[in-house]
Design a protein around this ligand. Structure first.
Ligand code: NAP
Length: 274
């Protein structure tokens, strides 16, 4: 294949990361998937890819992951920073330890991996970094302060990175998924309900859990393949845009956020949480 790329994708054990890894393999690329649950990446290995056990917050594992890939392939063309999760709960209820862990995974882990990959891309004078943000990097929801803080931060961080990497011909692309049916909702809701149980935010947490489940379980969301197909397109295209919004609710939410006042947008968001 002429345009065969060497690709590292984090969070490949589930959801859109797994779908994207499989799609990229089918398209003929060399794909390394990385996640903590290596056993959940067996399908990727069976399909001809490689799986690396990686917690993005573990410095030694991050360095070892890139070292292995470079030793085996000699280069890295595309890094898809997809691993992430949502800490939900009232600001009063989420411990700072949980909040810091949220930033460690969604921002600092991703940043460290990027730092380790960049010298190789600079040497090659080419590369593409695709950061999976969220429509939640532009909008906000109740009890989502820490999650949204990480994704809003990722948006600004990625914009700065794009500017400084331009002279080295390395692209930075932001993807803002809307509601996508993955493990994301369960990972978010169960700890939130536990944190809020019996406290002043209990009822709000129940409502958010109900509306989240309605969204993810009742078909009010897009399949992970929508984002996977899109990532494959970004890998292929010669000149990608700086950011893309894709999946259920993504574009309408961004449109409303742009044109409505804060108070009107608050009403729209709260009307969903009932
Ligand atoms: P998912 O099914 O829960 O997948 C999350 C992936 O992240 C898993 O493979 C998980 O693997 C990995 N991960 C979590 N913590 C990690 C860590 N410390 N080190 C390495 N890997 C870690 O959720 P998803 O929806 O596909 O999420 C993918 C990305 O999309 C996330 O960044 C999320 O914020 C974003 N997003 C999701 C939605 C949505 O509606 N689903 C919307 C907007 C944005 P292990 O547990 O095996 O480590």
């Amino acid at each position: 294949m002429r345009d065969k790329k060497v690709i590292l994708i984090t969070g490949a054990s589930s959801g859109m990361g797994r779908e994207a890894a499989l799609k990229l393999l089918r398209e003929g690329h060399t794909v390394y998937g990385a996640a903590r649950r290596i056993e959940k990446m067996q399908n990727l290995v069976q399909a001809g890819g490689s799986a690396i056990e990686l917690d993005v917050t573990d410095e030694a594992e991050v360095v070892a992951c890139v070292k292995q890939l470079i030793a085996e392939q000699g280069k890295i063309d595309v890094l898809v920073n997809n691993a992430g999760y949502a800490v939900y709960g009232a600001v009063e209820d989420v411990t700072l330890a949980d909040a810091k862990r949220q930033f460690d995974v969604n921002l600092f882990g991703l940043a460290r991996l990027t730092q380790v990959v960049l010298p190789h891309m600079r040497q090659q004078k080419s590369g593409r970094i695709i950061n999976i943000s969220s429509v939640g990097g532009k909008v906000y929801t109740p009890l989502g302060a820490w999650y949204h803080a990480t994704k809003h931060a990722l948006e600004g961080w990625s914009d700065c990175l794009r500017l400084e990497l331009k002279p080295f011909h390395i692209d930075v692309v932001i993807v803002e998924p809307g509601a996508i049916a993955t493990e994301f909702g369960d990972v978010m809701c169960n700890p939130m309900l536990k944190r809020s149980a019996g406290g002043p935010y209990d009822e709000m947490a129940q409502q958010i859990a109900d509306s989240t489940r309605r969204t993810y379980e009742k078909g009010d969301s897009s399949p992970a393949s929508v984002i996977a197909d899109f990532i494959a397109k970004i890998v292929k295209t010669r000149r990608p845009k700086t950011r893309y919004a894709k999946g259920e609710y993504a574009k309408p939410l961004l449109f409303m956020r742009k044109w409505l006042s804060d108070r009107s947008f608050d009403k729209v968001i709260m009307s969903r949480v009932k």
